[in-house]
Design a protein around this ligand. Structure first.
Ligand code: HEM
Length: 538
């Protein structure tokens, strides 16, 4: 490849030569036998019929017939790049992970992705963007599987199939590819008001990034860090782009999607190839690990809430530079398998019920998407740390394992494996967070506040940004067929901000509702608040 491409590297797992796909000066079969002709089938005479005996014909077509694998159920379309992460060394007081050490260089692979569209959809749509980074650290793979929006639609993973079914194209016509402009989406988010905050970010300018290079990234959930002496803190991860945060305005996005549906992936690849590698600082907001797991009254386990940076500043802990394009889209960008449970010593999960469900989902879906249980052996997924597991056999097994005892305890292969240095789990007390110890299907009371933070977000926007947001709601809701869905959503907006609601109602030609979904209190509450400056501009 060109200097700006890099092939994934990994541990040798085979006793034979590594399969690189293209060796030698001659075309061959998959068995390495030289081909005489790849343009003509073997036939009984020039006019046929074709002979079943032609192995090359059958092998070539058989393989082509199976070139496609299932696309990701979400985040199907993506663009990725290789790079390096360099630690600043200032996180040691909270985290023992060695890759955060001063000047430690760790190879990374980052994949950006719209969520809803299929693999062939357009880039510059209004949607959330995935921002997933694989750190190939000396202590194993750490994946930070985040988004460009700091909150999520749901508070519990059990709702993920619901939100995705509502956001995906309608089951009958399979339109639209874009996230929001349809009845099922607005039907769901109008009835499920915990989505209000995420929806607000999508309707803001954040919903249409100018470039992947100009997006923030967020781990969304609160994670737990562990220091060298076992002390713990709670953190939220942030990526801050060196180029700043920029968006396309709606009209620009419409032109871009028509003229160049590959706008974002082209932009990323071109920037890297032309020697302008994008950079992001990794930062953390740090909170004390108290039994309540709250900070300034904000529930840290609720993924629909942010902690404002004024209350907890983002402290930079390292720099990522993406400086090399993939050599092969399928091998790398398509086959990469991220997982929020890929953690290294010093970083652990919390009990956020959305995160807990994700820990099941990614392995499960990859089992199907990547054809069996051995996808960690695909070059792009191989750890750069030594692997010594007792996983054996299965479809697409690449490793030729030696030894006779893949079990423990054993007395044949050197007895027990060596366990030092392995603490990933911070074994916190469940009793601290579940004092009553009962199994329940319910959420903490604080999860019921769905409107304070979207209101705060809307009122933090500049007048121009508020105007864009009002127009976005108006356009997207205006595409719904069902009047009742629009009217119900105006009720949600009334709970958030009276001016926002009035602006959208006016755009839709509908009345301002007298009641929000929690009753008329919310509307009055919103009207009681100081007017936002946006309305006069719309
Ligand atoms: C894929 C982020 C919630 C299931 C992804 C990807 C990202 C992401 C960035 C694309 C990974 C890639 O580039 O290959 C997030 C964030 C979430 C969230 C930030 C919430 C804060 C969930 C939940 C579930 C889920 C709750 C399920 C319960 C999936 C699945 C994939 C995926 C199945 C496809 C993975 C694959 O095929 O490799 N998610 N996600 N996500 N996510 Fe999530």
């Amino acid at each position: 490849g060109s200097p700006a491409t890099r092939t994934p590297t990994g541990a040798e797992t085979s006793t034979g030569p590594e399969q690189v796909g293209q060796q030698g000066a001659h075309l061959t079969t998959a068995q390495g036998a030289r081909l005489r002709d790849t343009d003509h089938s073997l036939k009984a005479g020039a006019r046929g019929p074709t002979l079943l005996q032609d192995h090359h014909l059958r092998e070539k077509i058989m393989h082509f017939d199976h070139e496609r694998i299932p696309e990701r159920v979400v985040h199907a379309r993506g663009a990725a790049a290789h790079g390096v992460f360099v630690g600043y060394g200032n996180a040691e007081s909270v985290c023992r992970a060695t890759f955060l050490g001063k000047d430690v260089k760790t190879p990374v692979f980052t994949r950006f992705s719209p969520v809803v569209g299929s693999r062939g959809s357009a880039d510059a749509v209004r949607d959330t963007r995935g921002f997933a980074t694989k750190f190939y650290t000396d202590e194993g793979v750490f994946d930070l599987v985040g988004n460009n929006i700091p909150v999520f639609f749901i508070q519990d993973a059990i709702k993920f199939p619901d939100v995705v079914h509502a956001a995906k194209p309608h089951p009958d016509r399979e339109i639209p590819q874009a996230q929001s402009a349809h009845d099922t989406f607005w039907d769901f988010v109008g009835l499920h008001t915990e989505a209000s905050h995420h929806v607000m970010w999508q309707m803001s300018d954040r919903g249409i990034p100018r470039s992947y290079r100009m997006m923030e990234g967020f781990g969304v959930h609160t994670f737990r860090l562990v220091d060298a002496s076992g002390g713990t803190s709670l953190v939220k991860f942030h990526w801050k782009p060196r180029l700043g945060v920029h968006s396309l305005v709606w009209e620009e996005a419409q032109l871009v999607n028509g003229v160049d549906p590959d706008f974002h992936r082209r932009d990323l690849a071109d920037a890297i190839e032309s020697g302008a590698p994008p950079q992001w600082e990794l930062g953390i907001q740090v909170f004390p690990d108290t039994p309540e797991q709250t900070f300034e009254g904000i529930d840290l386990l609720d993924p629909t809430k942010v902690v404002p940076e004024e209350l907890a500043p983002v402290q930079p802990v390292g720099l990522m530079t993406l400086d090399a394009n993939p050599t092969n889209y399928f091998a790398e960008t398509e086959q990469v398998a991220f997982h929020p449970g890929h953690l290294v010593p010093g970083i652990d999960v919390t009990d956020d019920p959305l995160l807990q469900g994700r820990l099941f989902s990614y392995l499960d879906t990859q089992l199907t998407r990547l054809g069996g249980p051995n996808f960690a052996q695909i070059p792009i997924n191989r750890p750069h740390a030594p692997v010594n597991d007792m996983l054996r056999d299965g479809w697409h097994q690449d490793a030729v394992h030696s030894g006779a005892a893949p079990y423990k305890p054993n007395s044949l292969d050197g007895g027990c494996p060596f366990f030092a240095g392995a603490d990933v789990e911070a074994l916190t007390e469940v009793a601290a967070t579940v004092p009553e110890g009962h199994k329940v299907r319910e959420s903490p009371a604080s999860y019921a506040d769905h409107f304070t933070q979207p209101r705060m977000f809307f009122r933090s926007l500049s007048p121009v940004e508020q105007e864009h947001t009002i127009r976005a709601y108006t356009f997207e809701l205006g595409r719904c067929y069902e009047e009742a869905i629009k009217e119900r959503y105006l009720g949600v907006l009334a709970e958030i901000d009276a001016d926002l609601c009035a602006g959208v109602a006016r755009g839709l030609g509908l009345d301002v509702p007298s009641r929000g979904p929690t009753g008329d209190v919310g509307v009055q509450r919103a009207q009681d608040m100081p007017p936002s400056p946006a309305l006069s501009q719309v």
